[in-house]
Structures are given as structure tokens and as C-alpha cells.
Write a protein that binds this ligand. Structure first.
Ligand code: AR6
Length: 172
């Protein structure tokens, strides 16, 4: 089987029609601002009830819930690392987010997955560096999982989109 593809697009992840969207959450999994707030608003209050059952999630790990009112069947929640200068394991933790989300997607039979730019908002991870980690980890994940046919990086602004396009070009 041919390897699935990574596409980069500008958009609002809550509108993506995919098997699973990823949420850049915090370790409480109880919602917040940014993409997390948008996903919780669009999914409706049942999402928070489902998240409450996990009693939180460590940075770099992932948890899955239904998508409720979202077009996506599932939401995979992952708390990214807070940028603390780069010598606190941030790159490895960010890679673990992408890896663990793809592992859960695989376990739940997802063929299409959409990611936001994890950690580059409130958590201040430098954009170019985060994009390199994301592209490398997603590309490795696609090569290992023949059932996964499309991963979308859904960027909320043109600067973010340009950074991911650049990372993909450089990676090739
Ligand atoms: N669709 C796609 N991307 C979005 C959307 C959207 N609807 N809304 C924002 N983004 P952030 P973090 C982009 O801050 O840095 C929350 O409060 C945004 O422009 O959402 O991982 C959590 O509860 C940026 O490019 O996530 C945590 O406390 C990217 O998503 C904390 O923020 C990530 O920005 C997590 O911080």
C-alpha cells in the first residue's frame, strides 16, 4: 500500500471532516483558551464530561473521546510542552505528543487525522522548531502505519502555515 500523505492547510480545525482531530490541551484536559476552547465550544458540553473521567493527562501523552457535535468522529487530546528555553526535554515531549496521538488514531481505526500546531500558541514553543518536530514525527508515523492515509496540519494563520510548509520542504 502507498504511504499516506501529509498536507498543510489554513483553516479552523473544528470544521475538519476527518476521523479524528487533535486538541492542544493542558494537563487537566478541562478546556482552556486557543484551539482547546474552540474545540470544546464546537463539540458541546458533553466533551468536558468525557474529559473529566480521565483525571488529567501528563504532558506528551494522549487521550481519546468522541467528537460529539463536531464533524470529526473523535477528539484526541494531548498536552504539549510549555517552552522553557529548550533544555527541559521540550522537543522530545512535543514529538511524543504527535507519536502518541497517531498511535491512538491507529488503535481506533482512523484513516484521516487533523493536527493543530501544538504548543506554538500560549505555550510559546518557537514556531520553526515546532514545525520541524511535527513534520519529522508525522512523516515517520505515516511510514509505519499503512492504514493512515492522510494527516492534515491545520494552521490558523498564514505565518504558521508558512512555517509548516517550510519544514515540509526542508524535510523532503
Ligand atoms: N483551529 C486550528 N488552530 C487553532 C484554532 C483553531 N480553531 N484556534 C487556535 N489555533 P494554543 P498551545 C492555533 O494556544 O500553545 C489552551 O488554553 C493557534 O493559533 O491553542 O499548545 C490549552 O488549554 C496556535 O497556532 O495551544 C492550554 O492551556 C495553535 O493553535 C494551552 O492553551 C496552538 O495554540 C496550550 O497551548
Amino acid at each position: 500500500m502507498a504511504m499516506g500523505k501529509l498536507i498543510i492547510k489554513l483553516g479552523d480545525i473544528t470544521e475538519e471532516q476527518v476521523d479524528a482531530i487533535v486538541n492542544a490541551a493542558n494537563t487537566t484536559l478541562r478546556g482552556g483558551g486557543g484551539v482547546d476552547g474552540a474545540i470544546h465550544r464546537a463539540a458541546g458540553p458533553a466533551l468536558d464530561l468525557a474529559c473529566a473521567k480521565f483525571n488529567g493527562c501528563p504532558t506528551g501523552e494522549a487521550r481519546i473521546t468522541p467528537g460529539f457535535r463536531l464533524p470529526a468522529r473523535y477528539v484526541i487530546h494531548t498536552p504539549g510542552p510549555v517552552w522553557q528555553g529548550g533544555d527541559h526535554g521540550e522537543a522530545e515531549l512535543l514529538a511524543a505528543c504527535y507519536r502518541n496521538c497517531l498511535a491512538l488514531a491507529r488503535e481506533y481505526g482512523c484513516q484521516t487525522v487533523a493536527f493543530p500546531s501544538i504548543s506554538t500558541g500560549v505555550y510559546r514553543y518557537p514556531l520553526a522548531a515546532a514545525a520541524r518536530v511535527a513534520v519529522k514525527t508525522i512523516t515517520t508515523g505515516l511510514a509505519k502505519d499503512p492504514a493512515l492515509w492522510e494527516v492534515r496540519m491545520v494552521c490558523f494563520d498564514p505565518t504558521t502555515e508558512a512555517a509548516y510548509r517550510q519544514a515540509l520542504e526542508t524535510h523532503k
